[in-house]
Design a protein. Structure first.
Length: 453
């Protein structure tokens, strides 16, 4: 039986990977990919097609108690097999993957495999695997090399003939290869050719700094090679432990480095036009909404937050002994229209990225820090959810005229608070009183906080 799924390498058992087949239930067991041969040069994160192994095909693969070998920073799959040594891997003929094959007679027909997977996809994984999910499997093709296409952060070392790395970190004039050791232990070591480019960039021959981090990308992995071939992909990140270097390291490792790219001019022009149009048509848009600009609404966010995208209000209905809570979210959808440049950019970035000392925004500042940030004493458009709670029991009122409801609104926050300030208020501590607008008082804001609590 053939199955498609994403290969997830273990960071603790370096010779083991897992594949959860597409369509499997959350509690189903993953297929186990044990050893280099069964993994067949697939990277962590690749979408692969695997074949379930029958009991007689397990060979030397046996389930053993205990973990795999441990490894520190720069540990690698090359030292990972508990069940096979590198010589055994090289002796066996592994089926070639389409993209990286160097022999015509071993090329897997990926189209045929995809059709075979599709044919068996009508049945649940339990049925296709003979009654239970899990068990040993081997990779027969890479359907989508998502993992292999990644840029990997590595440290560079001399490549010794015995397969290790040079302890003195000196690259000799006669050396033809370097060994790149990923900081992510789930990724394999890579070999980098010593050529004119690497000699110039790394000042070779000479000593390599084993704590300097470099971006590396895989360019090929033939079935006759025990390690993939890679190349330097960009400039040196810096020393391990340096803030800027570790920041760039984190962005690359989590595939967020493209968030550092500046927004394109045509997108900025579109957003500037949106700002002007919003300012021009704001009052006419408010007429179409529930105008809550006079209500006591406030925000609670981290102290370092740049964009305030949600706010809250609380009202007490004495007659019904109920508390009405309104949660107000900046109405980004009013400004970012489906298919617009801003919409496509937001889909690509998916989120703002908060680093230690800066933010990489999902949308240009004119949107996320202006139109769509609920700053105090600034009228804004919002989408609001309202619900009521029983003061006596705290239960949600789910029926009747006051069951939860939603509205497009216009609001104006009267106060900005942060989490620490609110916690101090609840703990009875004195804080520096924040500015409160629209004629409301700090005492009223405190009453709202305790009512919510």
């Amino acid at each position: 039986s053939l199955f498609r799924g994403t290969l997830v390498a273990s960071s603790s058992k370096l010779g083991t990977a897992h594949v959860k087949p597409l369509g499997a239930k959350p509690n189903d067991r993953d297929f186990i990919i044990k050893g280099k041969s069964a993994r067949n040069r697939a990277f962590h994160g690749d979408v692969v097609i695997v074949k379930l192994l029958a009991e007689g095909e397990f060979g030397h693969h046996t389930i053993r108690k205990g973990g795999g070998k441990s490894g520190g920073r720069g540990g690698a799959v090359e030292d990972d097999d508990d069940d096979e040594d590198e010589e055994d891997v090289d002796r066996r003929k592994m089926p070639a993957l389409v993209e990286n094959s160097d022999s015509e007679d071993e090329v897997v027909n990926l189209g045929a495999l995809r059709r075979a997977v599709g044919t068996s996809a009508d049945k649940a994984p339990q049925e296709r695997s003979g009654g239970s999910t899990g068990g040993f499997a081997k990779v027969v093709a890479i359907d989508d090399p998502k993992g292999a296409q990644r840029v990997i952060v590595c440290t560079l070392h001399p490549n010794e003939r015995n397969g290790g790395v040079g302890a003195d970190c000196v690259v000799k004039e006669t050396d033809t290869l370097l060994r790149a050791m990923p900081t992510d232990k789930r990724m394999p070591w890579l070999l980098i050719q010593v050529n004119d480019v690497t000699r110039k960039v790394l000042n070779l021959p000479g000593k390599l700094d084993p704590y300097t981090m470099w971006p590396v990308q895989m360019i090929g992995w033939k079935e006759t090679s025990s390690l993939p071939l890679g190349r330097l992909k960009g400039q040196c990140l810096g020393q391990a432990g340096d803030l800027d270097a570790e920041e760039r390291h984190a962005l690359i490792e989590h595939q967020l480095d493209e968030h550092e790219a500046e927004f394109k001019e045509d997108l900025l022009d579109e957003v500037n036009d949106l700002v002007k149009e919003s300012q021009r048509n704001f009052e006419s848009e408010v007429l179409k909404r529930n105008d809550l600009r006079q209500k006591r609404i406030f925000t609670i966010d981290p102290a370092t937050a740049r964009d305030l995208d949600d706010a809250i209000h609380v009202d007490f209905d004495r007659e019904r002994q109920e508390v009405e809570v309104g949660v107000h979210i900046a109405d980004v959808g009013h400004f970012v229209h489906l298919g617009s440049k801003a919409d496509k950019e937001a889909q690509f970035r998916t989120t703002s990225v908060y680093l230690i000392n800066r933010v990489l925004p999902m949308l240009p500042h004119a949107l996320c820090n202006h139109l769509c940030s609920l700053n105090p004493n600034e009228p804004k458009l919002a989408f609001s959810a309202f619900f009521r709670l029983s003061l006596e029991t705290g239960e949600l009122i789910e029926t009747g005229p006051y069951k939860p409801w939603f509205q497009k609104t216009a609001i104006c926050s009267v106060c900005r608070l942060n989490y620490d300030e609110v916690q101090d208020v609840l703990d009875g501590k004195e804080i520096d009183k924040p500015t409160v607008y629209a004629g409301y008082t700090w005492e009223q804001i405190k009453e709202d906080i305790f009512l919510l609590y």
